[in-house]
Write a protein that binds this ligand. Structure first.
Ligand code: ZN
Length: 216
């Protein structure tokens, strides 16, 4: 059914001719559909999230004619800490993200500040754009709902720790807290980029489940 839905989406977008190509030849397709998701793996991922105590809502697959997609995705309803500004997240990313939030983030807040994180601020998950927003680059993992950007943490005592001000700021506890989270993230995600990666990441931590491992 999902393949049919993808096909119908492509047809509607005028990407492939309606007639079947001759046997053995592939239809000329302007953009390739995303790799087909394994329904059993998606179900297992949803079960794993539930076992972690995370509440998520499965989302219908979306495939766009320009190559972007959000398939096997979920909406994060409750994963231990409210996260602002998050849209669709691929389940395979939601799983390590929920574990990082509920375990690593709270443990680091207790260890470094003796309090908890009440809220996290994100720069979003799904965004149909090339890597580093440079035209001509390959599609960002954000274009597959397979990446999330985290910018700030609001602590239970009212303090707000941002990646921009905290990473190299004067507050040693904030620096240690953010580095704890970066190190923990590298154990959970395929790719982690922070302020030491490049200037584009000076104000957020980027996590994705594309090809890795890469931790910077
Ligand atoms: Zn990002």
């Amino acid at each position: 059914m999902r393949r049919l839905a993808i096909l119908l989406t492509l047809l509607a977008a005028g990407c492939i001719p309606p007639a079947r190509p001759p046997a053995g030849r592939r239809a000329p397709v302007r953009t390739l559909p995303p790799p087909a998701e394994d329904p059993a793996a998606y179900r297992q991922c949803l079960a794993d999230l539930s076992a972690l105590g995370a509440k998520v809502e499965p989302l219908p697959d979306r495939v766009f004619p320009n190559g972007c997609s959000a398939t096997a995705s979920v909406k994060l309803v409750a994963i231990g800490i409210p996260v602002t500004n998050l849209g669709a997240v691929k389940c395979g990313l939601a799983r390590p993200f929920a574990a990082w939030v509920s375990r690593d983030v709270q443990a680091a807040a207790r260890a470094r500040f003796g309090t908890y994180v009440a809220k996290m601020e994100s720069f979003g998950s799904f965004a149909c754009r090339p890597v580093n927003n440079v035209a001509g680059n390959r599609l960002s993992e954000h274009g597959r709902a397979n990446a999330v950007d985290i910018a700030a943490f609001q602590l239970g005592d009212g303090r707000r720790i941002t990646v921009l001000d905290g990473w190299n700021g004067a507050d040693g506890k904030a620096r240690a807290f953010l580095r704890d989270l970066h190190i923990a993230a590298c154990r959970r995600f395929n790719v982690v980029l922070g302020p030491d990666a490049n200037a584009l990441h000076r104000d957020h931590l980027h996590f994705d489940m594309g090809s890795g491992p890469y931790c910077r």
